[in-house]
Design a protein around this ligand. Structure first.
Ligand code: SF4
Length: 130
C-alpha cells in the first residue's frame, strides 16, 4: 500500500513522497570516486529495504522504542560497515555499488558532482581541488 504524505495543512507534498521522489531521474555522477559511499553516514528508509531486501540482511536497523508489547520496529537502516565505515554494498576493489539497480533513494538523488560534492568538501572528506 502506498501512503500519500500530507503536510500539517493536509496538503500533498511531492517533496516528501517516497514514490514521487523515486520517479525522479537518478543522478548520474561521473567521478566514480566512491568517497560518498565511504565517508558519509548512509541512513536509508524502510521503503528502501522493501525494494532491496538485502538492506534488511546487511544493514543495521534503527529501531523505535519498545511498544506496549515490548516490540521494537525498524524505522530505517544504517549501511556503514563496522570494519571500515564504508557502505556494506560498496565493492571496495571497483568502487561500484553492488545494488546499483535497487540502490536506496538517498543514493539515487545524491549528486556527487554537484551539491553533494560541496557537502563532501564541507565535511572535510575531500579537498576542494580533488
Ligand atoms: S548503496 Fe550503493 S550507492 Fe548507496 S552508499 Fe552503498 S554503495 Fe554507495
Amino acid at each position: 500500500m502506498v501512503t500519500i504524505p500530507l503536510d500539517e495543512f493536509g496538503e500533498y507534498d511531492p517533496e516528501e513522497c517516497y514514490q514521487c521522489l523515486l520517479q525522479h531521474p537518478a543522478v548520474t555522477s561521473e567521478c566514480r570516486c566512491g568517497l560518498c559511499c565511504r565517508g558519509l553516514l548512509i541512513e536509508v528508509l524502510t521503503e528502501d529495504a522493501e525494494r532491496e531486501p538485502r538492506i534488511k540482511e546487511l544493514g543495521s536497523p534503527l529501531l523505535t522504542p519498545p511498544d506496549e508489547s515490548g516490540h521494537r520496529h525498524p524505522v530505517g537502516y544504517i549501511l556503514n560497515s563496522r570494519e571500515d565505515m564504508a557502505c556494506v554494498f560498496l565493492d571496495r576493489a571497483t568502487n561500484l555499488c553492488t545494488i546499483h539497480e535497487t540502490r536506496p533513494l538517498l543514493c539515487r538523488l545524491f549528486d556527487c558532482d554537484g551539491e553533494g560534492r560541496e557537502q563532501l568538501i564541507e565535511l572535510g572528506i575531500i579537498q576542494r581541488d580533488e
